[in-house]
Design a protein around this ligand. Structure first.
Ligand code: TYD
Ligand code: MG
Length: 452
């Protein structure tokens, strides 16, 4: 059989060439040509949602269809999904290898399978390996159907034949289509296979979950190219050495983005942690220098996290700045503000900061805590043990309020915190009993507080 013809399209300008070449003949960019399937005349006018272009309609005349949710049986997973799976919804679950993607989806598939026909396509492992994992999870009798297949056309045929309601594809990088000659895992293959499966999902009303590996170097086509095709993008986070795993919604067309699900990896799979606020607090018997506790608001729940800093004289060479779980650029900025507006010079010191437990803090509410942890380490002076700090720091040395400050304070009070260093505007209106609340407007006030 003759190979179907493919073309090479430029990722920059969309120009096409019949053969691969180093430079795009249209825009002159280098190394931008990737193999793509020539779109068939019929499919060209079909959008990803599977509908042909239709007539112009006034918005007011469209009746919104409330999509019903299918709970997965794992509460924390449902929380990030915004209540459960949606028929025709396509989800991408990304994360480092070995973090627990297959485990989570096998558990969810087992729970879903009881009521909804579930197909688990495994491209990485044999059915025996999946069965072995199921055994470990105590799910040997789970009503899940398995398919060990990597060829797209065969997978589509299986879906057509068995009409499942939920399909898991583990992983999208292993799937390839006959219509392209490039290797499985290449950008062209990943994109084409995902697009075809997405159209199928929309057409048949099947919920599809893709597993995608993120590679550090990005050498293999990462799942990032898929983010705009799918409805929901979830990322697994967490320190491989700790048992806690976070699933974060980066994008969600059917629910709130930036919602967080918290799990613990146990001997028998992932277990949801319903009350995670105190999870990331290190247990120090006494107050230690270089440690500050911040209340971050990830999704709908406040999470108390210990931020640690180590400030040490430079051992020759350039001062090092290293941030784990926090933004390194933001750290550099905070050190500059600290110097300029707080009068604290870290120029001759290496500065390392770390958010404990493998959490990633994305919001600027942690600024003030990072700053105080740095000062605390530099001066070798511990902050009070039950002190909570939050606030965004601006370039002019001001401390700005954060959203939903009262919720953060309430959660910390519940966990026994009694001292609060927070932006003035976040100070509660009513006085809280047995607590000291220090509201500040400027960075130097915080430095002053530490000195006392
Ligand atoms: P896995 O789901 O295979 O990761 P991924 O699909 O993201 O590559 O999970 C891998 C890790 O989880 C593995 O190192 C073993 C651990 N694990 C447990 O600790 N308990 C369990 O019950 C299972 C199934 C796995
Ligand atoms: Mg896996």
């Amino acid at each position: 059989m003759a190979k179907p013809k493919t073309v090479y399209a430029c990722t920059e300008c969309g120009g096409q060439a019949p053969k691969w070449q180093g430079q795009c003949p249209a825009c002159g960019a280098w190394n931008t040509l990737v193999e793509t399937a020539p779109t068939l005349p019929a499919a060209r006018f079909e959008n990803v949602a599977g509908t042909r272009s239709s007539s112009v309609t006034p918005l007011a005349s469209v009746t919104p269809r409330a999509s019903s949710r299918t709970p997965t049986g794992l509460d924390e997973f449902d929380r990030v999904l915004g209540g459960g799976l949606v028929a025709g919804g396509v989800i991408l679950l990304g994360g480092d290898p070995g973090i627990g993607k297959s485990t989570l989806l096998l558990q969810a598939g087992a729970a879903l399978g009881a009521l909804h026909r579930t197909l688990y396509v495994t491209g990485e492992e044999s059915t025996e390996q999946v069965a072995l994992r199921a055994q470990r999870l105590g799910l040997v009798d789970a009503p899940v159907e398995l398919l060990a297949e990597v060829q797209l056309e065969a997978i589509v045929a299986a879906i057509d034949a068995t009409t499942p309601e939920v399909v898991v594809v583990d992983s999208i990088q292993t799937i390839y289509t006959e219509t392209l000659t490039s290797a499985p895992g290449s950008v062209a293959q990943v994109r084409e296979c995902a697009a075809q499966l997405t159209r199928l999902a929309k057409r048949r009303g099947v919920a599809v979950i893709f597993v995608g590996h993120v590679t550090k170097e990005g050498a293999i086509a990462g799942p990032r190219v898929l983010e705009h095709i799918v409805d929901t993008v979830l990322y697994f986070e967490g320190d491989a050495h700790s048992s806690f795993r976070l699933v974060r919604a980066i994008k969600n067309r059917f629910g709130a983005a930036n919602e967080l699900g918290v799990f613990a990896m146990t001997e028998r799979g992932l277990r949801g942690v319903a009350n995670p606020s105190a999870l990331f607090l290190a247990q120090h018997a006494e107050a230690v220098a270089g440690s500050a506790i911040v209340a971050t608001l990830e999704g709908s729940r406040p999470l108390l996290v210990e931020v640690q800093a180590l400030v040490d004289p430079v051992q020759g060479g350039m001062p090092k700045r290293l941030a784990v779980g926090l933004d390194a650029q933001r750290l550099a900025l905070l050190l500059a503000v600290l110097h300029r507006h707080g009068g604290v010079d870290t120029g001759g010191f290496d500065v390392f900061v770390n958010a404990v437990g493998g959490v990633r803090i994305l919001e600027p509410a942690a600024d003030l805590a990072v700053m105080l942890a740095v000062c605390s380490s530099l001066r070798n002076k511990a902050l009070p043990r039950k002190a909570l700090i939050f606030g965004e720091v601006g370039l002019a040395g001001e401390v700005r309020p954060v959203q939903r400050g009262q919720e953060r304070i309430r959660e910390a009070v519940k966990l026994g915190f009694d001292t609060f260093l927070i932006p003035n505007a976040n100070k509660p209106k009513q006085k809280l009993e047995n607590t000291t609340i220090i509201g500040i407007d400027r960075v130097d006030e915080a430095i002053e507080w530490l000195r006392e």
